[in-house]
Design a binder for this molecule. Structure first.
Ligand code: BGC
Length: 841
């Protein structure tokens, strides 16, 4: 037994995450010290090992026992206060609003679900409860993750991805997360979530493995395109609306990956070392918003956080997620991210896909978990809580009521019995096309190059303009690069039912206009491209840049991008075409920022369209923007730098030689634009930037204080107003008084240009310098559609939370110190401020 333990003794400090700031609640007691001979006897073949620690040569080992007292934190509040805080069922969320003022209260729905779950489980044995927490093992069921049935519980199907039902036919390939974030449009975020939710449910998926909300700390980060950009507020709102939509559609959503999974290199071997304030204000914020959206599940990530594996991290799981945020759903591991049976004590509720490594046939849960309970190492209460959370989430989404059985086989497309080819696509292609266009960002437009107006002819350059040679699903998990880039690679993908290339989208329109269309998809024959470009009315150059998950390497890129340069000779192609044609328009399909310095200022590059990662209708979305069918309104969800070194955090690819690679988040709060502003670095295009075919002006700023709907909490409000931190308690960070609308900023926006358009006004907070915050921090945005010459009044509300910083000493949210005034700017980007005001004291 001890020999089995020994290899794992070295990870001793990682077994249970130590609280970053002293005692954090009722979930931690002193470890018990006892002799090695009293370590658990595991009778099962599925022997666990990462469970003990040594105090050195003494021969004593230290194992947290069931005396590690446990509080499940089931219901943080049960007093809804409509209309601001209405009791909400996840199937019936509040209407979407571009200035949300309703804070849904899911606690009563959870309470009902908990009651039903406890009832159902009343005669479950320990083994049966444990089965609810343990996946059946890799590829042993129809879905990428499966929980077995038990008595009258039918089991659960868990399936990727954040942009569509992975490994299924007759399903839509939606735009990626980064695209919907680029719309800055809550209605589109919600609509995409809902359509996705309906498709997952239609396929009989209980739990969708998305959305993904890691932060884009590293510009080259392989999975950034699955997420919502490099700002926590934009990411948080995108996550919030996506989850409300998904769950309205009937599927349980999964907020992933919790937390600090910011790069693919070393993702299972790196410790992200993050200070408590940065964790709260930047990386955890989207998860807080997910809890506020009533998310059913959270997936812990592969990496370590401050030396403890994410799925074994008491601080993150028990303390922040379950206690502070009041999360009532369940925590599932990323695939094979469970490192110990004792992770159950650290807050992990479900291990996925169940086996320790794929196909290993053993599990840290299963028989081991049963033994740990029988031997007194883990309390029965903990296993009760784990299974209750999982079954409650199923009731919470009403999946006990006529939920379709899984009707596809993720692992075998030739399975004629289970692949029932249920068509769940509905007319979702329309939404795909709309989001593809609404998330496209116009970066440059000179000499009225765009919109196109019945040009005599057009010539398209670059492989990104056309279809891939062997169709849209040429590479498994999209792990390759050929033709229009409309998805990154990895588990965050889905099969394309079809894929409209730019050539197809543009030709369709050219036919109506009588324009001639020529093309050349050879990225490398730049001489030919230059010759073909000469004399044409419009030269469109399509370039791209791809990335994905670490288990696939494409062209030497192991998930993360090796650099921020366009793929397929893109820069040279642009330069060769621009050398011969003074109306060169560049269209970019990129998973994230690119360095575009080689050509952005070229006088013959008249327009740049940042088309993003658009899904199956990509070519149509691009054509809609090029021709002005959709007047661009997208804004950048990250900064485009002039030099890769301008970003504050860089990809770590060097193996330090030690067991774990340390990635220190030394930049703290200063990621992306927060750093550029602080360090006074001029970006090429700043966060929040995007042009339109029309122009807008801003006027009539007003700001007012809103009355509290929560008079019971007046003491807390007064304390906050006096600069005190919010007291920490169950659900304290998601409390109504902190999140209800407290201030309202109103202003007018006028369309001063020739065509109807949508503006995305953004609100940035400027804290007093003593607060230690970045110069400008996004805390609000809205979207407003305006016809030419018209003025619309818009409002953005702010909560006390929006104005707070995290106090690491008091462990609470508070207004920044002192007499310093909190001011704000409203404008068209993080650097284009139009109106300025002060928050009333
Ligand atoms: C990914 C998750 C995904 C899971 C199941 C993992 O490799 O990190 O995002 O949901 O696989 O496919």
């Amino acid at each position: 037994m001890l020999s089995k333990l020994l290899p794992l003794l070295s990870i001793l400090p990682f077994v249970l995450g130590a609280p970053a700031s002293g005692p954090t609640g009722t979930s931690t007691t002193s470890p018990t010290v006892f002799s090695a001979s009293s370590s658990p006897t595991l009778t099962n073949s599925t022997t666990s090992s990462a469970s003990a620690s040594t105090s050195g040569a003494s021969g004593f080992i230290t194992i947290p026992l069931s005396s590690y007292s446990f509080t499940p934190y089931p219901t943080p509040t049960l007093n809804p206060r409509p209309p601001v805080f209405p009791a909400t069922d996840p199937l019936n969320p509040p209407d979407v609003s571009c200035d949300p003022q309703v804070v849904p209260d899911f606690a009563p729905a959870w309470a009902t679900a908990y009651e039903k779950a406890k009832n159902l489980m009343s005669d479950y044995t320990l083994e049966e409860k444990v089965n609810i927490t343990t996946g059946v093992g890799w590829a042993n069921g129809l879905c990428v993750g499966n929980i077995p049935s038990n008595k009258n519980f039918p089991g659960l199907c868990l399936e990727d991805s954040p942009l569509g039902v992975r490994f299924a036919d007759f399903a839509t390939a939606f735009p990626a997360g980064i695209q919907v974030a680029s719309t800055w449009n809550r209605a589109l975020m919600r609509a995409r979530g809902l359509a996705l939710g309906q498709e997952f449910k239609g396929k009989g998926v209980n739990i969708a493995l998305g959305p993904m909300m890691n932060m884009g700390r590293i510009a080259q980060g392989g999975r950034n395109w699955e997420g919502f950009g490099a700002d926590p507020f934009l990411t948080g709102e995108s996550a919030y609306e996506t989850i409300l939509g998904l769950q309205q559609g009937g599927v349980q959503a999964t907020a992933k990956h919790f937390i600090n999974n910011e790069q693919e290199h070393f993702r299972t071997q790196e410790s992200s070392n993050v200070d408590d304030r940065t964790q709260h204000e930047i990386y955890a914020h989207p998860f807080l918003r997910s809890v506020m959206a009533g998310v059913s599940s959270v997936m812990c990530s592969y990496n370590l956080i401050n030396g403890s594996y994410a799925c074994n991290n008491d601080k993150m799981l028990n303390d922040i997620l379950k206690r502070e945020y009041g999360f009532q759903g369940f925590v599932q591991s990323d695939w094979s991210a469970t490192m110990s049976t004792l992770s159950a004590v650290a807050g992990l509720d479900m291990t996925m896909p169940g086996d320790i490594t794929f196909d290993s046939g053993d599990s840290y849960f299963g028989g081991n978990l049963t033994d740990y309970v029988n031997d007194g190492y883990i309390s029965m209460a903990r296993v009760d809580d784990m299974a209750t959370r999982i079954i409650a989430a199923w009731y919470y989404l009403h999946q006990d009521e006529n939920f379709p059985a899984t009707n596809f086989n993720a692992f075998n497309s030739n399975d004629e019995v289970n692949n029932q080819h249920v068509n769940v696509q509905s007319d979702h292609y329309k939404l795909v096309r709309q989001i593809g266009a609404a998330g496209t960002v116009l970066l440059k437009n000179e000499n009225d190059a765009l919109p196109l107006n019945k040009p005599r002819n057009l010539v398209l350059f670059g492989s990104d303009a056309g279809p891939g040679k062997s169709g849209p699903n040429e590479f498994s998990d999209q792990g390759g690069s050929d033709g229009i880039l409309a998805m990154g690679w990895g588990s965050g993908t889905a099969d394309f039912p079809y894929l409209i290339s730019p050539l197809e989208g543009i030709q369709e329109r050219a036919r109506q206009d009588g324009s001639s269309v020529f093309w050349d998809f050879d990225d490398w024959n730049t001489a030919l491209a230059g010759n073909m470009a000469f004399g044409q009315a419009v030269a469109l150059v399509f370039i791209d840049s791809d990335s994905g998950e670490d288990y696939i390497t494409v062209d030497g890129n192991q998930g993360d991008r090796n650099n921020l340069t366009a793929w397929h000779n893109g820069d040279n192609l642009v330069l060769s075409v621009a050398a011969q044609n003074n109306n060169t328009i560049v269209v970019v399909n990129s998973v994230g920022p690119l360095i575009i310095e080689p050509w952005i200022e070229h006088p013959n590059v008249t327009a740049v369209v940042w088309a993003g990662i658009q899904g199956q209708e990509a070519g149509n979305s691009i054509a809609d923007v090029l021709y002005g069918v959709y007047n661009p309104s997208g804004k950048l969800p990250y900064t485009i730098a002039k030099d890769p070194a301008d970003y504050s955090a860089q990809l770590v690819t060097e193996d330090s030689g030690s067991e774990f690679v340390s990635i220190d988040y030394t930049e703290g709060l200063f990621i992306d634009y927060r750093h550029f502003d602080q360090a006074n670095i001029t970006p090429r295009f700043e966060f929040g930037f995007g042009l339109s075919y029309t122009t807008f002006s801003y006027s009539d700023l007003d700001v007012s204080t809103l009355p509290s709907s929560d008079s019971d909490e007046q003491d807390l409000i007064t304390a906050w107003e006096n600069g005190q931190a919010s007291p920490i308690a169950e659900g304290s960070s998601t409390a109504l008084w902190l999140h209800e609308p407290a201030f309202q900023v109103t202003f007018a926006v006028t369309n001063t240009g020739p065509v109807a358009g949508t503006e995305i006004p953004q609100l940035y907070i400027h804290y007093p310098s003593s607060a230690g915050e970045p110069p400008s921090v996004l805390k609000g945005f809205t979207n407003v559609e305006i016809t030419p010459g018209e003025t619309e009044s818009v409002s953005i509300t702010l909560s006390r939370y929006d104005l707070s910083i995290w106090d690491v000493v008091a462990q609470g949210w508070r207004k920044p110190d002192g007499d310093g005034q909190i001011s704000f700017s409203v404008g068209a980007s993080s650097r284009d401020f139009k109106l300025q005001g002060d928050i009333p004291c």
